[in-house]
Design a binder for this molecule. Sequence first.
Ligand code: NAD
Length: 497
Amino acid sequence: MTTLTRADWEQRAKDLKIEGRAYINGEYTAAVSGDTFECLSPVDGRLLATVASCDLADAQRAVENARATFNSGAWSRLAPAKRKATMIRFAGLLKANAEELALLETLDMGKPISDSLNIDVPGAAQALSWSGEAIDKIYDEVAATPHDQLGLVTREPVGVVAAIVPWNFPLMMACWKLGPALSTGNSVILKPSEKSPLTAIRIAALAVEAGIPKGVFNVLPGYGHTVGNALALHMDVDTLVFTGSTKIAKQLLIRSGESNMKRVWLEAGGKSPNIVFADAPDLQAAAESAAGAIAFNQGEVCTAGSRLLVERSIKDKFLPLVIEALKAWKPGNPLDPATTVGALVDTQQMNTVLSYIEAGHADGAKLVAGGKRTLQESGGTYVEPTIFDGVTNAMKIAQEEIFGPVLSVIAFDSVEEAIAIANDTQYGLAAAVWTSNISKAHLTAKALRAGSVWVNQYDGGDMTAPFGGFKQSGNGRDKSLHAFDKYTELKATWIKL
Ligand code: NAD
């Protein structure tokens, strides 16, 4: 918690010294080419920093350093208990610098400062410490061998990991990868989004301060696909982990096949159904949750509850509750601690969202809330949380991931129809079900093709449960002990006795 006011945050924003260089082998460094790009704030359009525009040459340097550090064993062969202690110190440094990191995150991607401070930074620190805590509590296996054999099944770090992450939760998505990747002993090259590179750049120095050897954790910002593509094609990157769009995820699978068959783990897009049955235990709670599911983080959430499936018999009663609940989600200046909805990440994203609102109108959906750009005089990129009623699942706004605060309301008449509509999507990241009937809850949850299903809530979960997608929402899982699978190779060693 903090008592800082909007004026305090604005003053701190003025005083902030922002680092925009890459971080390789324990040092901040310009791109080999000397190129930079401008990092603008969606809060008001101000220039925040010029950031190193890394490319193939920087990727080459970073991978060579990461490989050398990995081979040295300084981190990869360090006793797990020592890696644990270092990861916990790293998490502690995120918390100790929480206000600076939260401010950077808010200025860089536009989310409310209260969210950056109370959700993103603690969530990122928790991902590091949880994974670190686990690493000296995981045991390897002894196989069921004949009497004269000993079969050991052990896990080893994969080696050099490249992590490419998106802009919606820049620090938290990075730490979902860094936690297990570093804890298991790998060397990592983090490629943040060009739309939000600043917190990734900042925490690189904190990692070294915590005691992670130089060269183990490197950060390569870059504009567009250049440096990400170079990492994806690199012959000496062992594993590529990615969070971002399904479109780019598919390209990365191809890059792996074109190069060294590096392991590729993908957390991609979503179009998650939030199903409200007539027997929901508390319609008011369901309505408030549905509003939050589309407006939190400006709707820039992979698990946003962007399709609200409502049983027709309660729709006339339920929709007004959602419209009312959405009033609590009003765009405002992200540096005001009372703000619940900030700016969309940039002009391009805002225009994408506005074009989907146009598509909703064109396809005949009925606008019942929001629908416009707002706070234009700020110089920032704000859009009102928006609801379309009368949507059919075939419409563009129901099929494509908008990644903004636009909710599609779709009516259904039976459990079977609800499940069919929910699953009629290329995605399978998350879903929610609201009902008082325990059998209906379980049967619907089983039938939903999604990596996370919430019952009588939206967006529950913490580090203890795996997170990831079915279908074109990705493969593999972040969070929980299952995440360690992505960062380790299994080895079978047979000893003749
Ligand atoms: P994006 O796919 O455009 O970019 C993601 C990252 O890939 C960025 O760092 C970007 O610079 C990089 N990149 C872009 N083109 C590349 C290329 N050709 N080669 C290599 N790297 C490339 O996604 P975004 O717009 O940053 O993020 C939004 C997307 O992320 C949404 O689809 C959202 O659902 C998804 N997301 C998924 C999860 C999850 O856990 N499943 C979580 C958050 C966000």
